[in-house]
Design a protein around this ligand. Sequence first.
Ligand SMILES: Nc1nc2c(ncn2[C@@H]2O[C@H](COP(=O)(O)OP(=O)(O)OP(=O)(O)O)[C@@H](O)[C@H]2O)c(=O)[nH]1
Length: 327
Amino acid sequence: MTVPVLVVTGYLGAGKTTLINAMLAQAGGRRIAAVVNDFGAINIDEELIRATADGIVGRADGVAGRADGVIGLANGCVCCTLQGDLLRTLKLLLARDPAPDHIVIEASGVADPAGIVQALADPVLWKSARLDAVLCVVDAEDVTGHAARRGDDLWRAQLAAANFVVLSKTAAIDDAAVEALSGLLSPTGKPPVIDMAREALPTGLFLDTGARPTRFTAVAAGEPRRSDRFATVEWQSPGEISLTVLQALIADYAPVLIRAKGIFHFCEKPGRRYLLQMVGQRVTLEPLPGDDQPGCRLVMIAEAGRLDRQALLARLGAGTDIPGTHL
Ligand SMILES: Nc1nc2c(ncn2[C@@H]2O[C@H](COP(=O)(O)OP(=O)(O)OP(=O)(O)O)[C@@H](O)[C@H]2O)c(=O)[nH]1
């Protein structure tokens, strides 16, 4: 049996995890395994997807062997440094009994999917797990608000690899602007552009798209662009952090942060954990249901050289009841 593989790509914070969670919620009896690659050592996306996937989880580091579900690949990018890990992870998944019906790979927001497509073109793997399609999530707010994004090499590489484009964050954008954006992203209508806010999510379609790239096309995907353009600061603590300290820190660093996400317990709000999401200037902080592991984890991403790492870590440390660690 050959298991179809869907690769979900898209820029930092575009909505990849949100889309995969929506797909898992509509799985309708299909066994979907998700492989989640986060740029940093702390894999927040893995945890967010795991919360939807009925708590089934395995890890890429060999702790697997539990039920298939979500496998996190942290601290690197499956398009380049973690290619070997990706292949090992897929083999682990395929060895499970029963094997998954579908595999979805979430690329990190800094990944050029060409590297993943190339890794999947491995001749042995291709017989048991075949690339079915690359889906690119495009943040409509980001692209309409920042014309420069369209000239961004990484963004263009992600779009160029796509068999499907899914627009996220279109609810606040009028129909004419969405139509114009669709024309811009796909002037010929191929790949099709799907507006997540206005159209029902065609989970079935994404999972067996019929796009069927051949192994030859996959090999021809070319070398991925390697980028040292982004810098990440990651921090975690077993304790709680002051909400006031975190809010002030996020406000101060907002002009340079491209993406931040974290899971927190606050001194001011005991007994609940919260999810921080920041994409560009949009920040949300919401209670996060599910497993209540103690502690805090935060990942911040900016253009290289724009984060004062030591100052950031010192401020985070000063705001916690138990000293944190950074990675
Ligand atoms: N309003 C709105 N918010 C969205 C939509 N899709 C995603 N978001 C929000 O955008 C933020 C980032 O979404 P994620 O799904 O984590 O994005 P991602 O592409 O997985 O992010 P990275 O893996 O960090 O690159 C979260 O706060 C989401 O709730 C959408 O269609 N509409």
